[in-house]
Design a protein around this ligand. Sequence first.
Ligand code: SF4
Ligand code: SF4
Length: 344
Amino acid sequence: MIFKTIDKKDFNKFLEILIENNSFFAPQKIAKDKNNKPIYDLRLVNDFKEIDFNYDILKYPPRRFFLPYREAISSFEIKNSSWQQNINYETKVPRILLGLHPCDINSLNKLDKVLMLGDYPSPYYTIRRKNTFIIGMDCDPKPFCFCRSVGTHTVQHGCDMFLIDIGDRYFIEIFSNVAFDFLKKVTTKDITKKDDDEYKRIRRLKAEKFTAKIDVTDLTKILDMEFQSDVWKEWGDKCLGCGSCARVCPTCYCYGIEEKIDLKFQQAEKLKILHACTLIDFAEVAGGFNFRPERHIRLKYRYYHKHRGFVEAYEESLCVGCGRCGEACLAGITVPEVISSIRE
Ligand code: SF4
Ligand code: SF4
């Protein structure tokens, strides 16, 4: 990894270079919630003034740029009396995502393990991941963030470059050759002792700001021991089975397949649609049998996938501690509370 600094005015020039011939997405204020609090999302940039780096959290995780809620994975049609299959997963224009926080970059690293580096890589996901240039940005922990507990408050890989605001300039961690080459087009500086001290001061300050946390010590073992615990029933009684938690989660990737055939049997389409494990039909199979008809069982399996099964397969949890699910949940169910109750 290479470290540099860039003055903020030079960073603006850098953005102007990047926007040429690329689709450029950055955090923008898109609405206000019922408490008059701004809602942010990654949106296509038309004017740099629209970008807001001081956002708290993106309402919708960047997952959708790589794993859309709904996508046609293939279509079929009868042409000249023969049945043709069309598959198209190419992306024409390179994309740039600016301002991703560490939890969201780490969420992509986790998805990579399954969808790009796993036994059955998805070409759809892989091509989008390779075609996207990511600029990460450091953040201030909010009361719902517990990324530090799961080691995702900092970035080791998964983006092209990462920025830490140190006043009138950014401290840059350069991860890729592409970022290194792009940065040659603007003025950057070598790190000075002052930059280094400021960087460390800001990192220390950030570490002190975390309030939410989960204790993951022996968590897989505890989950195995407490599989039949009544605590799951208590949480299940609160859960509405609405699926909002999976909708906003940056690491959820479970999906269903739908096939649509036109009435004349001339065309068909196979759609991949992200599902949510807490929805009632998630484990329903042909014939109508449902393996998980009860809410507490579905909620339990959500936690076992994130904090037990994924850890067994990849030696890390599938939760990045972003706190989105707790913020979205109408029943007020949060990961720190559930984990703490099961530990007790
Ligand atoms: S958002 Fe809350 S209520 Fe809805 S399914 Fe998830 S845990 Fe249950
Ligand atoms: S489970 Fe909740 S806290 Fe964990 S990554 Fe998903 S949305 Fe974030």
